[in-house]
Design a protein around this ligand. Structure first.
Ligand code: SAH
Ligand code: SF4
Ligand code: F3S
Length: 473
């Protein structure tokens, strides 16, 4: 444990006393709810917040009626903002008659002053605001927010950066049998549309030993599937001080070590930037059956002119060549992607080029986004912003093609057998369970809750668009 981690454990011990006092005041155990708005990294952060809340004595709840509610925000697209403010107002009204209620806001949006100003002005009943860089100080922040002398005060603690990595703190996994593991934080790529480098800071990697120590611990705790997380896992270990390189290595070596940890049934990772994906990574995936047959490889656009203005660092030919090399070595791998339409200067011909790459690569699935102008990013200042109706037209065309291909790709595997990690009992039909296949698609098949957390071979008897109905082999 490093000094910072020790400090936080001490703060957590003091917060435990405060929660005990709250508990006797209420005559019951206080409840807490963490709401995630963003990506996998945001979700992993929420698990850390939940773990700390549970360790100091809160009962975790899925309901925003809880005594303490934390909104963990995302700011990648503009409309993300709207989701937050309505909910704040509703809780603010209840706080008037139930003053013990606590309301915290954290995450990427809080790294932007404009949102903090809005909360100060219109939602002053919020108790605590913190950002992405000081999430690891949550025990101290919680202690401050619960202290009687701070009642009615809005505490704001947002850092512009940090070099500290303090990961050995409690965390509460959403699923007992699978877990994300942060291997790096931040992003240095500065794609011109993207806010992430500004709100998550510079790229920082954890050492390989620290990551493997966490993987071992998770395994001992019953975790069978690990997802290695970073904005661009392929640059893991790149930005580290000269002379310390050995403590990190590179992403293919790290992935290999995680996959070879006995007891780890499956490894996934997110996200791979196409410009940094090496042949060695392809080799490591090909030679390990327990590395998921799924690669999320964001394309964004199929037009060289747009890719260049996005600062993506590859051309359509390079992307197509990479996809072909991957498919050649690992024929059963599913490729998924992210696509943006309506980026400044994009014409219908550029959208045609994106559609053309989609048809050639045949993605299993794609997240398709309408370009959102994020102030502070270079593209927000480009003069040739695209008219909304035109952007929407491109979006609709792209989505229609993508959906047709996704259905066909799903249908092509009908009749095959796959290994599903069972996640839950099916919500609409309790005679079925839902499992996730190596290629990330879901299969529903007859079974009961005893199968949750088990790998089960399943025949994919019927493709239903984007998922399967199956039968145990
Ligand atoms: N680090 C990951 C993605 C992070 S954000 C990567 O590079 O792939 C997830 C996705 O949101 C991006 O891939 C992009 O498609 C989309 N996105 C990011 N900023 C956006 C914006 N301003 N407008 C629309 N989509 C955006
Ligand atoms: Fe954003 Fe690009 Fe970094 Fe992904 S790689 S987080 S899209 S800047
Ligand atoms: Fe959103 Fe932050 Fe993730 S902006 S996409 S939650 S890194």
């Amino acid at each position: 444990m490093n000094d910072e981690e020790k400090r936080q454990y001490e703060a957590a011990a003091r917060a435990t006393d405060q929660v005990r006092a709250l508990s006797s005041m209420l005559g019951r155990q206080p409840t807490a709810c963490v709401v995630t708005f963003g990506c996998q990294m945001n979700a992993r952060d929420s698990e850390k917040l939940s773990g700390i809340l549970e360790s100091v004595g809160f009962a975790l709840s899925e309901s925003e009626d809880a005594d303490l509610v934390i909104y963990n925000t995302c700011t990648v697209r503009e409309n993300a903002d709207n989701r937050l403010f309505g909910r704040l107002g509703a809780i603010g009204a209840r706080k008037k008659t139930e003053p013990w209620r606590k309301l915290f806001v954290c995450g990427c949006m809080m790294q932007e002053d404009i949102h903090i100003e809005r909360i100060k002005k219109s939602y002053p009943f919020v108790d605590l605001i913190f950002g992405t860089h000081n999430l690891f100080t949550f025990p101290s922040l919680l202690e401050a927010a619960l202290a009687p002398e701070n009642q009615g005060r809005l505490i704001i603690d947002v850092w512009q950066e940090t070099k500290t990595i303090a990961e050995r703190l409690p965390s509460k996994r959403k699923y007992p049998f699978k877990s994300g593991v942060n291997i790096m934080f931040g992003c240095d790529n500065f794609c011109t549309y993207c806010i992430v480098p500004y709100v998550r800071g510079r790229e920082r990697s954890r050492t390989a030993d620290e990551i493997l120590e966490e993987v071992e611990k998770l395994k001992d705790d019953g975790v069978k599937e690990i997802m290695l997380l970073g904005q661009n896992v392929n640059s893991y270990g790149n930005k580290v001080p000269e002379g310390e390189r050995e403590a990190y290595g590179d992403f293919p070596s790290l992935l290999e070590r995680v996959a070879e940890t006995p007891g780890i049934g499956r490894v996934r990772f997110m996200t791979s930037h196409p410009k940094d994906l090496s042949d060695r990574l392809i080799d490591v995936i090909a030679s390990h059956d327990n590395i998921a047959r799924h690669l999320h490889l964001p394309l964004q656009s199929g037009s060289d002119r747009i890719l260049k203005r996005m600062n993506r660092g590859y051309t359509r030919e390079q992307y197509l060549d990479l996809a072909a090399r991957i498919r050649d070595r690992i024929p059963d791998i599913a490729l998924t992607t992210d696509l943006i339409t309506g980026f400044p200067g994009e014409t219908p011909e550029d959208v045609d080029l994106t559609i053309d790459v989609v048809r050639r690569v045949r993605f299993q699935n794609a997240f398709t986004f309408l370009y959102s102008r994020r102030s502070g990013t270079p593209a927000a200042g480009f003069p040739d912003q695209v008219d909304h109706a035109l952007a929407q037209e491109g979006f609709d065309r792209l989505l229609a093609v993508m959906q047709e291909i996704a259905k066909a790709e799903c249908a092509a595997k009908e009749g095959q057998t796959g290994l599903a990690l069972v996640e839950a009992v099916n919500e609409s039909d309790p005679s079925l369970v839902t499992g996730r296949l190596s290629d990330n698609l879901l299969v529903h098949f007859p079974g009961d809750r005893n199968l949750i957390g088990e790998f089960v071979p399943v025949r994919l008897t019927e493709a239903r668009g984007f998922y399967y109905i199956g039968k145990r082999e």
